[in-house]
Ligand binder design. Structure first.
Ligand SMILES: [Zn+2]
Length: 250
């Protein structure tokens, strides 16, 4: 398919116009017009770009692209190398940040719920941009059981904070750097809150507000949305899709 059709389809499918974001959503670096092979990944880092080149990708789709607010505007150093590699190889780069967290089908939050077996994932109406979700477990678990479950599914140790004797059934979650949404989860009265990243203050916040908290990894919690988006495009338009997981322990 051609670049313009793909771009238009994605902007509509992901409701891009609806979001206020910290980076541009959509086509960020223009490449060739004809798109047959796409590579998806979490972050537009150099190893992802190199692997996409090796896979003859016509376009790369990521959750974390370029041109974040407050980053230097100039194309030097690491950023120059990444963008030069894309342009030398005529590869398009598409980035979708909050629209991909929030989407009700392929979004990071819905996809994480599916991976973890969280039932009835529902958006929390009091949080802007559909970024916080809640649901429940099929069976009540102890904190250590649930921690082991997360770590096994995401293939990465999760960090648990909270009173180990309190069982877990209801949950709220937001993937990535969403640790400060813990206060919304407290207001909702759920047993546990999951995000990707954690801060020093999160420990005290969880302990003093008597809620279980799990840091399951920024990268690990955001692997599934972009993958589902790539699969969706492959199914709908017959594109060849490769998901490339560049390991990141954070
Ligand atoms: Zn993120």
């Amino acid at each position: 398919m051609d670049r313009h059709s793909l771009s238009t389809y994605l902007n509509e499918f992901l409701n891009v116009a609806k979001f206020k974001d910290y980076a541009p959503n959509g086509l960020q670096v223009q490449g060739k017009n004809a798109i047959r092979t796409i590579v998806t990944g979490v972050t537009a880092c150099q190893p992802l770009i190199e692997q996409a080149i090796a896979l003859n990708a016509d376009a790369i789709l990521v959750h974390h692209g370029f041109f974040w607010k407050n980053e230097p505007e100039v194309l030097t150093g690491m950023k120059y190398k990444r963008i030069k590699a894309l342009m030398d190889n005529n590869i398009n780069l598409f980035g979708y940040h909050l629209p991909l967290d929030a989407h009700h089908g392929v979004g990071n939050n819905v996809q994480l719920a599916q991976q973890l077996g969280i039932l009835n994932p529902t958006v929390c109406e009091n949080v802007p941009q559909d970024l916080l979700w809640h649901g429940h477990l099929m069976q009540t678990m102890s904190a250590s059981e649930f921690n082991a479950h997360i770590s096994q599914v995401l293939k990465r140790p999760a960090l648990h904070i909270g009173d180990s004797s309190k069982p877990i059934n209801t949950l709220a979650w937001c993937t990535g750097g969403a640790q400060d949404y813990i206060d919304y989860a407290v207001k909702m009265g759920v047993d546990a809150f999951i995000s990707g990243e954690v801060s020093e203050r999160t420990y005290h916040s969880a302990m003093e507000q008597n809620i279980h908290y799990f840091a399951a990894g920024h990268h690990a919690t955001e692997r599934y949305g972009i993958q589902a988006l790539g699969q969706h495009l492959a199914d709908k338009f017959g594109l060849t899709h490769h998901f490339v997981d560049v390991v990141n322990p954070v």
